[in-house]
Write a protein that binds this ligand. Sequence first.
Ligand code: COA
Length: 397
Amino acid sequence: MFDVFEYTKPKRDVAVIGVGTTKFGELWDKGLKELVVEAGIKAVEDAGISGKQLQLLIGGNMSGGMFSGQEHIGALLADYLGLNNIPAIRTEAACASSSVALRIGYLAVASGLYDFVAIGGAEKMTDVYGSQATTTLAGAMDQETEAYFGTTFPGVYALIAKRHMHEYGTTREQLAMVAVKNHENALHNPIAHFQRKIGIDDVLKSPLVADPLRLLDCSPITDGASALILGPADTAKKHTDTPVYIKASAQASDTLSLIGRRNICTLDATVQAARRAYEQAGIQAKDIDFAEVHDCFTINEIIAYEDLGFCKKGEGGKLIEEGVTQLGGKIPVNPSGGLKAKGHPVGATGVAQIVEIVKQLGGEAGKRQVSGAEIGLAHNVGGSGATVCIHILGREK
Ligand code: COA
């Protein structure tokens, strides 16, 4: 079923030499521009380079037009970051917008065409009413077969959850365990949207959003921005004592609508992108020390475990129940708190996952530190799986 994909080695290795992020949450006193500038300046300072050394700027943003009335985001970023003379591009792939930005930036440095590239992601979601946010997000679905009939993202993932529960016996409690774990991890993340401990009962008694998903199964509507600086791997040690290298950058696509899917309990684009990423990095799923995965709804973290190869198909529920993915478990997942509790400013999420991985690999994650972390994986989904990006980062090239 899958296409034949021949992996070609990049001309040179690429490192992340600086990262920055804003606080995530309801940031009513800050606009899109302020968020971008704050994250961008932090990343440049962290890299210890001058803005003048940057040669290319790529920013992920899902819907500046609908959320903030602002389009032409690429030029806007360059303008407010004081980088008017360099090429500036906006990428859009729904919730995977900034991972696509990273992937293009990675290709630009790996090809040898550019040395220093700034990658950003931003979304200002809370300036509109909740219903408008839901409609805007639904723009990432197939309009004719899904959104037109009133389907929302909680609705789509609820269908997936129902089917997964039916096929594999995944329980309501197992879904709740994902939220409980990610809220627990976020207690130790100062940028997280929610720093609030919850229990399984809290999830089960929270308001129903789309059966079987409840409020505490959902990622929130969040404001935030994140940024990173890419550079050639062979100069990375000039910028940091703990360089982090991109071992793989992979992307795959699938149908926008669930109707076209082979099996709605699997995101084929995750399976495909993971296969490419593991091949490029020369590793297997068992070699991953920790992961930041796309838990936009609790069911999606369970499906990600399976599609990334952390367990067999249908055993994701068991994996969370056995504590394998909690901090201190065999493969901690979402030590940052994930989209569920760290928050999900859609255009910023992909790069924010990388920021967490860089901090973990650098031993800078404080109380949420994954001990002995050498290799981390970021899994970022656009829509219900029509775009999936996977990046693998490591302390060694
Ligand atoms: N998790 C935990 N708490 C949440 C929450 C979430 N996802 N969303 C809202 N809350 C809290 C708020 O902080 C608020 O708490 P407070 O009363 O103590 O201040 C309370 O719940 C009500 O918040 P409100 O903003 O009125 O919630 P809402 O009902 O308008 O929105 C959802 C809740 C779940 C519908 C909304 O967060 C949502 O649509 N999430 C999904 C986003 C999405 O689809 N993203 C794309 C994924 S593909």
